[in-house]
Design a protein around this ligand. Structure first.
Ligand code: ZN
Ligand code: ZN
Length: 212
């Protein structure tokens, strides 16, 4: 099995977790033995998030999507943003807040769960008033956490350990953009994202009755 950052291998990760006997969970209860908490920080693309959400739903999995209100790449207040939130919820996923320090915009679009975007160590593990910070105990500890940052698994791709049931439980952070767009490196994948984004923006221009 090649551990590519693409939808085919993401599906294999879900299947591996299933084969390892895991069940899905969120951040509303303390993690128990045998759960995998799927978490997605959506940094760049709502289209990628919705595409991954469809894949998960097809695999009978669900996860928690952390969406930004202060992204420079997408606008959650736009029509597209509203549609994305609706679609994620309709597919059975949870929607939480990917916040930019020190701002918390925990309105009723979000469950009371927060993941900071690119957090500094000073506040990454600090409790958040009125909400769950996903990087605090009991939801976080390094032994029970894997993430795909910049197409790099610090401790290797977890598919094999999941299939063998090696984790007591796991919080698995993945970024939809990394898996949704083609590219053998992070740079290539980001350029694929930008190509798709350019096409989407041309469509927005047409919808705004701009002569192209
Ligand atoms: Zn793998
Ligand atoms: Zn982020």
């Amino acid at each position: 099995m090649s551990c590519a950052f693409d939808f085919a291998h993401y599906r294999e990760l879900l299947d591996a977790a299933r084969a390892g006997g895991y069940r899905w969970a969120g951040f509303d209860a303390e993690p128990e033995a045998g759960v995998v908490i799927l978490r997605h920080d959506v940094d760049l693309s709502l289209d990628a998030a919705v595409a991954l959400a469809e894949l998960e739903s097809d695999a009978e999995a669900w996860s928690t999507y952390f969406l930004m209100t202060r992204s420079i790449f997408y606008n959650l207040d736009s029509h597209e943003g509203e549609r994305a939130v609706e679609r994620l919820r309709a597919l059975g996923h949870r929607v939480a807040h990917h916040a930019v320090w020190p701002h918390l915009d925990l309105d009723d679009r979000f469950d009371r769960v927060v993941a900071w975007h690119n957090p500094d160590p000073e506040y990454m593990r600090e409790p958040v008033e009125g909400a769950t910070n996903v990087m605090t105990a009991p939801w976080f500890d390094p032994e029970h956490y894997r993430s795909d940052s910049n197409q790099h698994w610090r401790s290797g791709c977890p598919h094999e350990a999941l299939a063998h049931g090696d984790f007591e439980w796991l919080q698995l952070l993945t970024h939809p953009e990394i898996w949704a767009y083609d590219g053998a490196t992070m740079g290539e994948t980001m350029r694929s994202f930008l190509d798709a984004d350019r096409e989407a923006r041309l469509e927005h221009l047409r919808n705004d009755r701009i002569d192209l």
